[in-house]
Ligand binder design. Structure first.
Ligand code: SAM
Length: 204
């Protein structure tokens, strides 16, 4: 990955994604998670305080060693068992139908082959299992979209492969999920980064 991506990007993600203004979105995305949960792009464990009591265990999938180390203190305070069980969402080391729910927060922007990753998430969820997500992506306004397309190469280079202009709803639906809840809105901050999709999709 290189020193920049290994040593700097996980710290940047911990700082930027750890901003307090993201907490209400994390809380909303985690609501309703239950049973055995797989979290894809676990990062530095910023969702740990928001897992509901109905969660029995978390299998974290995270390629960045430093991200996992930065989760140390949150892991120590966690009230559910959490293990780093995988390194790449595009190829999950779990049997079919292993999880009741899955969680993805600000991660669909970054995984290189997001279609492959969501196919994997579907495979490992039980039928009727839920994917909870909050993601930034393609804005509804053409003017903002134009800036997202323009800035995308810079964002990818400086933010560990993050894309500004992915169509989150389309990507989730193309993977065969049925979207049951979806809120698309601008959070605080620059619109090219703040167009959020927050919802729950079901694996049929
Ligand atoms: C912007 S960060 C979000 C981290 C965390 N989900 C959060 O909400 O703070 C994107 C995360 O996706 C992870 N990631 C990148 N490629 C991945 C892959 N192929 N499989 C799983 N996670 C990946 C990154 O290491 C990073 O932790």
């Amino acid at each position: 990955m290189g020193i920049y991506n290994d040593q700097f990007v996980p710290r940047l993600v911990n700082l930027v994604c750890g901003a307090k203004m993201n907490n209400p979105q994390r809380e909303r995305a985690c609501a309703g998670l239950h049973g055995r949960v797989m979290e894809i792009g676990f990062g530095s464990g910023l969702n740990i305080p928001f897992y509901p009591a109905a969660v029995e265990s978390i299998s974290a999938v995270e390629p960045a060693d430093l991200g996992w180390r930065l989760a140390d203190k949150r892991l120590a305070r966690a009230t559910v068992p959490i293990e780093r069980a995988g390194l790449d969402g595009q190829s999950l080391p779990f049997a079919d139908n292993s999880f009741d729910s899955a969680l993805s927060t600000w991660t669909m922007c970054t995984i290189p082959d997001i279609a492959a990753a969501l196919a994997e998430v579907r495979r490992v969820l039980v039928p009727g299992g839920t994917l909870h997500f909050v993601e930034h992506g393609l804005a509804p306004d053409p003017g903002v979209q134009a800036w997202q397309h323009r800035l995308n190469p810079i964002e990818k280079a400086i933010a560990g492969g993050c894309n500004l202009d992915r169509d989150i709803r389309g990507t989730v639906e193309s993977a065969g999920f049925e979207i049951h809840e979806l809120d698309e809105f601008y959070a605080d901050g620059p619109k090219f980064l703040a167009a959020l999709s927050l919802g729950v999709a079901v694996s049929p």
